[in-house]
Design a protein around this ligand. Sequence first.
Ligand SMILES: CC(C)(COP(=O)(O)OP(=O)(O)OC[C@H]1O[C@@H](n2cnc3c(N)ncnc32)[C@H](O)[C@@H]1OP(=O)(O)O)[C@@H](O)C(=O)NCCC(=O)NCCS
Length: 217
Amino acid sequence: MEDKMFGCTFKIVGNNLSLILRPALDSDVPKMAKDLSDWEVRKYLGFVEGLTENGEREWIKKTAEDKSCITWLIQPEGITEAIGSTGLHRLNDAHSCISGLAIWDKNWWRKGVAYTSHIGRTWFAAKQMEKYTITSFVFSPNIGSWKALEKVGYTRTGIEPVSKVVNGAFVDKYIYTWINPLYTSILFPNGIPEEYAPSIKKAKETLELGDAYIKYI
Ligand SMILES: CC(C)(COP(=O)(O)OP(=O)(O)OC[C@H]1O[C@@H](n2cnc3c(N)ncnc32)[C@H](O)[C@@H]1OP(=O)(O)O)[C@@H](O)C(=O)NCCC(=O)NCCS
């Protein structure tokens, strides 16, 4: 992992999708800069600025060198460009990390891309990187985002009320946690707390889906 801060390439085939998760290419830059400058895409990512092609080139360079994160671009098979990205951050925290995702091509929203990509990223964090927990942050109106997280076994563990203004209204920030079912005996020596049991069950099913869906290519 020391020299690969973009993730190695793999494919996830399931949910009527075939997604390739791979490092960024120079040819991704124009679409990234254009699509990620769209306010509808940007508004729940926590930034207000638009992006330039030079800025995105710089982002690729910095991401490739950043040993505290691992990032993949998401490309549906048969399409020539990436439509989004997903990643794990703060990998220096021994047993935990932070996750994030953006599908910047709006033509691909509501087709299961976030859910299916989460299966791949979560499986990788749990099975290849031995992470015990993963944390994600979501602004409250971003229903598609928290639904996709809940589908793979994240559970809402906190809230930062009225944390940001979006389109003139204060919105909350939700904190979501994914607990690795492979380590519950270490994490909960006295038994899994009742409130986490349903999400840990879903997390276990997610790892099984990952085993079936993921292929290194
Ligand atoms: C939010 C986002 C990640 C959702 O991705 P997606 O690929 O469209 O999500 P999925 O298709 O996997 O959908 C997951 C679930 O959310 C639902 N959903 C998706 N978008 C929704 C929306 N706008 N409103 C209500 N539900 C929505 C889907 O119907 C699905 O639920 P179901 O399985 O019960 O049908 C995507 O729109 C996006 O990247 N937006 C811009 C950047 C961003 O906000 N990133 C997340 C930051 S935390």
